[in-house]
Unconditional design. Structure first.
Length: 190
């Protein structure tokens, strides 16, 4: 009887160790954050962050046990127009921030479907930290055909109010709501 209990304990210990979250590092060349907002009703204006760093502690067997942490300087924003970028870095927007880093750190994950989840986390933007919820989808996980290692890809969306982060200049003419679309790939850490 003791040997059966011991064997069961070893099997459970092996299972829980196998199911622990594994570290994945963002692939900066295939990770983007695109944001858009309405400009005075005439157009939708877009911007982007790319080439940023972050990590995911990914537990495919228990996604709720996963976590994500990402950061980038606001000054790495791509607007497509130099004068717009200059205005965004002025005191009207990010120029008044002591710290130019934008970061997101998850605080919980609620699994909503086979490949979907709501990721709640702390977004720090313009020296203000607020809780936000990302609607996330696991696109694919498995062996990367060229890298020869485990890989995972996710998409997520959210709508933010820029005024929540002290960035509400010209609202409501320029929409306070900013739509955010995220697509990332991550490689299992060596």
């Amino acid at each position: 009887m003791k040997s059966i209990l011991f064997a069961a304990a070893v099997a459970l210990a092996g299972t829980s160790a196998f199911a622990a979250p594994e570290k994945y590092m963002l692939d900066a060349s295939h990770s983007q954050i695109v944001f858009s907002y309405n400009h005075i009703g005439f157009s939708t204006t877009y911007g982007m962050f790319s080439g940023f760093e972050g990590e995911i502690m990914f537990d495919e067997a228990d996604p709720a046990a996963s976590s994500v942490s990402v950061s980038m300087p606001a000054s790495s924003m791509i607007t497509g127009w130099e004068k717009r970028f200059g205005h965004f870095m002025s005191p009207d927007f990010f120029g008044s921030a002591e710290n130019d880093m934008v970061s997101f750190t998850s605080t919980s994950i609620e699994v909503t479907g086979e490949k979907t989840a709501k990721i709640t986390g702390d977004l720090t933007l313009n020296d203000v930290t607020k809780s936000v919820v990302l609607d996330a989808v696991l696109n694919k996980s498995g062996q990367h055909p060229r890298a020869g290692k485990a890989w995972a890809g996710f998409d997520a969306t959210a709508t933010l109010l820029r005024s929540d982060f002290g960035l509400g200049a010209f609202a409501p003419a320029v929409s306070d709501e900013v739509d955010v679309m995220i697509s990332i790939e991550a490689a299992k850490a060596d």
